[in-house]
Design a binder for this molecule. Structure first.
Ligand code: SF4
Ligand code: SF4
Length: 361
């Protein structure tokens, strides 16, 4: 597998890494086998988190005797200095290591949380302290909102940023990746097969490499078989200006498929056309227009409209919309949301189109 430079960390990472969330669901012996198999096939970036059940413990055990050949990145979800220090001490213990390569702030999804984590008593201070003590080499940040992460990266405090990016969740390409490039921050991509935000989960099929979508439209976008679909999804991400993509892996077979997709020579013109989004006035899922006083889930409705209009995934968009609480019928057109949208979207008009296109007659 080709390697890429992880921004200013100068770490050399195999371009497909290991997302460690799902191994928490496996029995320890099975999980250790999966992690070790990934290492044996050339994966050298392993991402985990204090929040991810016993993932740290399993990764630590699997990689114990090859620790110096691996990059281990963990996360603290605590926001204060005191609590995150406790977290990090536990992480080192569970990972059975005397240091990690990257310590990340976990799930920073709004500006208030970012401010709290970065203030004088915030979790960032723990990361800095750990770095001074040689307990972590680098400091990273993770979250689901590119707008918030763009602000974080602009502070210059972070060496890496971890964000979702996939064929139907391309918001990170607009502001975050250029900002990361300007600061030489390493970009790590999560959820290459699914889109998840704080208030909405829309999977391409499922967040697992084993499951194949039976949706006709998704098949025509990504391919017929499970392997084709996974490969397409990962190839789209690898074609962007990023360092490493970390699908969540939880079986030997998934590792094999991911590593095969990691041998990547660029997208074909047909793939490029298939994955391109049509339109520009799209919702960035920043959430700043919400809550709506009437309970409309604005970001979700506009997301489904984007799937319908921008990607031509019409049947699928309608199906997802059908399962949504907070649909467009609750809107009474007050316009409050439009005043809060930093991108100046004509939200009410878009909701009108959503009503027309997504509602089942
Ligand atoms: S215009 Fe509709 S969606 Fe926007 S805030 Fe008013 S009721 Fe909610
Ligand atoms: S409509 Fe505007 S404010 Fe609301 S989530 Fe989308 S981009 Fe953000």
């Amino acid at each position: 597998m080709d390697k890429r430079r992880l921004g200013r960390t100068n770490l050399n990472v195999a371009q497909v890494g290991f997302g460690g969330t799902w191994i928490a669901e496996l029995a320890p012996r099975e999980a250790i086998k999966v992690v070790r198999h990934a290492f044996d096939l050339g994966i050298n970036y392993f991402d985990t988190a204090r929040w991810d059940g016993d993932s740290e413990e399993k990764i630590g055990t699997a990689l114990q005797n090859v620790r110096d050949q691996c990059i281990i990145a963990t996360k603290t979800g605590s926001r204060t200095k005191r609590e995150s220090l406790k977290d990090f001490t536990t992480s080192l213990d569970k990972l059975q290591t005397d240091h990690v390569d990257i310590l990340q702030l976990h799930g920073i999804d709004d500006e208030k949380t970012l401010t709290k984590a970065m203030n004088a008593n915030g979790a960032l201070q723990t990361c800095k302290h750990a770095q001074r003590e040689g307990l972590t080499d680098f400091i990273g940040i993770s979250g689901h909102k590119p707008r918030v992460l763009t602000k974080a990266v602009a502070t210059g405090e972070f060496d890496t940023v971890l964000v979702p990016l996939n064929v139907v969740t391309q918001q990170a390409l607009e502001e975050l990746l250029p900002m990361a490039k300007a600061h030489d921050v390493g970009v790590v991509i999560m959820k290459p097969l699914s889109a998840k935000t704080a208030n909405l989960i829309t999977c391409l099929y499922q967040p697992s490499l084993s499951l194949v979508s039976q949706e006709v439209e998704l098949k025509s976008m990504l391919g017929e078989t499970s392997e084709e679909q996974v490969s397409s999804a990962l190839r789209f991400v690898l074609a962007q200006d990023i360092s490493v993509v970390i699908p969540g892996l939880k079986s030997l077979c998934e590792v094999d498929v991911a590593v095969r997709a990691g041998v990547f020579g660029g997208l074909t013109p047909i793939e490029q056309a298939r994955f391109s989004f049509v339109g520009d006035a799209f919702c960035r899922d920043c959430g700043l227009c919400m809550p709506c006083p009437e309970g409309v889930n604005i970001a979700a409705v506009l997301r489904f409209l984007m799937l319908y209009e921008g990607f031509g995934l019409r049947v699928w968009a309608k199906k997802l919309y059908g399962g949504l609480e907070g649909g467009v019928n609750k809107c009474r057109g007050c316009g409050q949301c439009e005043l809060k949208c930093p991108y100046g979207l004509a939200i009410v008009a878009q909701l009108g189109r959503a009503k027309q296109n997504l509602e089942v007659p």
